[in-house]
Design a protein around this ligand. Structure first.
Ligand code: PHE
Length: 456
């Protein structure tokens, strides 16, 4: 039997669908629509996409299940859940540090996530004003260039987005989340279909398809493999406790395997559709797939400027993108907020304000790395790139690795079997993946990237 007696002090989802919606809201965000296309472009397409899909399947889904399971069993913020479960299962106290690393990762990610979400917010108004109508790729590119090189403007949008995040988190993420995600996701889906259809009219659809799915492993470095894996964690919100947190609000007796497959499926479809919309536009306009973090802002507005009802569709697209980012950003600080409430008796309001303000301050460094600080490089990366790299490609996979080890080896088989409620065969497969496949894959990729394997 799953743990029915325990309920989180922060509340519980009204039903299974509420959890699916919230977790999908967390998973689908800038990672799918902004980041996936741009890192796919930077890493040469096909082979990268294939590795990413494999990582979702063999690493992401098992860890998604592990995190939901641990969360539901612990019923607290990830830090306290890890501490409680470690005590219950006879594991070492240091497992609580896993929760801490997750809290830190979420905080760091939020700082730049809000900056990019601010760009999307700004583009709602640019799209609505008809600014893009009839413009060519070069003018669209210039609009983006002058926007990000203006720190005051981007700071204003970053601030607005951070306040939006703080407000919802302060009220408690369960309120309203369910309803907004229920309408937003299908709407986002429809707009993406419209964009893919537009991309099909450019005459370059097959170029886009080939770029995304024709695999050429000779162009794939170990670093690209690491990025594909890191992105699997990032896009599913794994490795930092967001899903563990949401899992703690999960009612007993919901099949964790089924919900996880739905969440991962929806997330992957959105990312692939974003790619299918963007790359044909890239090739039709002679743009560079590897043009970096601005890729969607340099491509999609071309479509909005040319298609019928482009103003309407463009505005809608950016509104939905902001929504998707919003339902993700709240999950980035929810674990930290819940911990402050549990351990320091803080109110949700002050906890969210404190964390939001600190994260906002750090975000300013990311803003500046697109303009005044662009020339300051750390290991060849700007501050923004470095922060993104460290969080997505180091902290999340490391967190995920430890979660897999904890769920597979420290938590007893009886406890995890009861909590999963999945039937014997599904459970055996999960246990095998989480015990062997996931840890070995993550460790191998880490070793290869760090060059340690050659050295050994
Ligand atoms: N999954 C979110 C996205 O794809 C980002 C995220 C990462 C949210 C980690 C929570 C935790 O945009």
């Amino acid at each position: 039997m799953a743990t029915e007696s325990r309920i989180s002090i922060h509340g519980q989802w009204s039903n299974r669908l509420a959890f699916i919606l919230a977790a999908t809201g967390s998973a689908v965000g800038l990672g799918n629509i902004w980041k996936f296309p741009y890192i796919t472009g930077m890493n040469g397409g096909g082979a990268f996409v294939l590795v990413y899909l494999l990582c979702i399947l063999c690493i992401g889904i098992p860890i998604l299940m592990a995190e939901s399971m641990l969360g539901r069993r612990g019923r607290q913020s990830p830090i306290n859940t890890m501490a409680a479960l470690a005590a219950e299962e006879g594991g070492a106290k240091v497992w609580a540090w896993l929760g801490w690393m997750g809290v830190l990762a979420g905080f760091l990610i939020l700082s730049y996530y809000s900056v990019i979400a601010g760009w999307a917010l700004a583009y709602v108004f640019r799209a609505a004003s008809g600014l893009f109508t009839g413009l060519d790729a070069e003018s669209i590119n210039n609009i983006f260039g002058s926007f990000v090189s203006d720190p005051e403007r981007t700071l204003a949008w970053h601030s607005i987005f951070m306040v939006m995040t703080m407000v919802v988190v302060a009220r408690g993420v369960q309120h309203g989340l369910e309803k907004s995600v229920r309408y937003m996701m299908p709407a986002l889906f429809i707009v993406l279909i419209v964009l893919v259809l537009y991309a099909a009219t450019t005459g370059y659809f097959s170029y886009g398809l080939r770029f995304m799915f024709a695999t050429d492993f000779s162009r794939l470095s170990w670093n690209a493999v690491l990025m594909a894996m890191g992105h699997a964690f990032f896009t599913l919100s794994l490795g930092m406790g967001a899903i563990m947190m949401y899992g703690s609000y999960l009612p007993a007796h919901t099949s964790i395997a089924k919900t996880s497959l739905i969440i991962a499926g929806a997330d992957t479809v959105v990312a692939l559709m974003a790619g299918l919309a963007i790359f044909p536009i890239v090739f039709a306009n002679g743009l560079e797939p590897a043009s970096g973090a601005g890729l969607i802002f340099k491509t999609l507005p071309i479509a909005f400027g040319q298609m019928d009802a482009g103003i309407l569709i463009g505005t809608l697209f950016f509104i939905l993108l902001v929504f998707a980012a919003w339902t993700s950003s709240m999950s980035l600080i929810e674990p930290a907020v819940a911990w402050l409430v549990e351990n320091h008796g803080m109110s949700r309001i002050s906890a969210s304000v404190w964390l939001g303000v600190l994260s906002w301050l750090l975000g300013i460094a990311s803003i500046l790395s697109f303009n005044h600080w662009e020339q300051y490089k750390f290991w060849g990366k700007t501050f923004f790139d470095l922060l993104d790299y460290l969080t997505a490609n180091v902290m999340l996979p490391l967190g995920g690795l430890l979660i897999a080890i904890f769920a597979g080896w420290v938590v007893g088989v009886k406890s995890s079997y009861d909590e999963m409620d999945n039937g014997k065969r599904g459970y055996a497969l999960w246990l095998f993946l989480v015990r062997y496949v996931t840890p070995v894959a993550v460790i191998l990729i880490f070793l290869n990237v760090s060059g340690l394997l050659d050295w050994l």
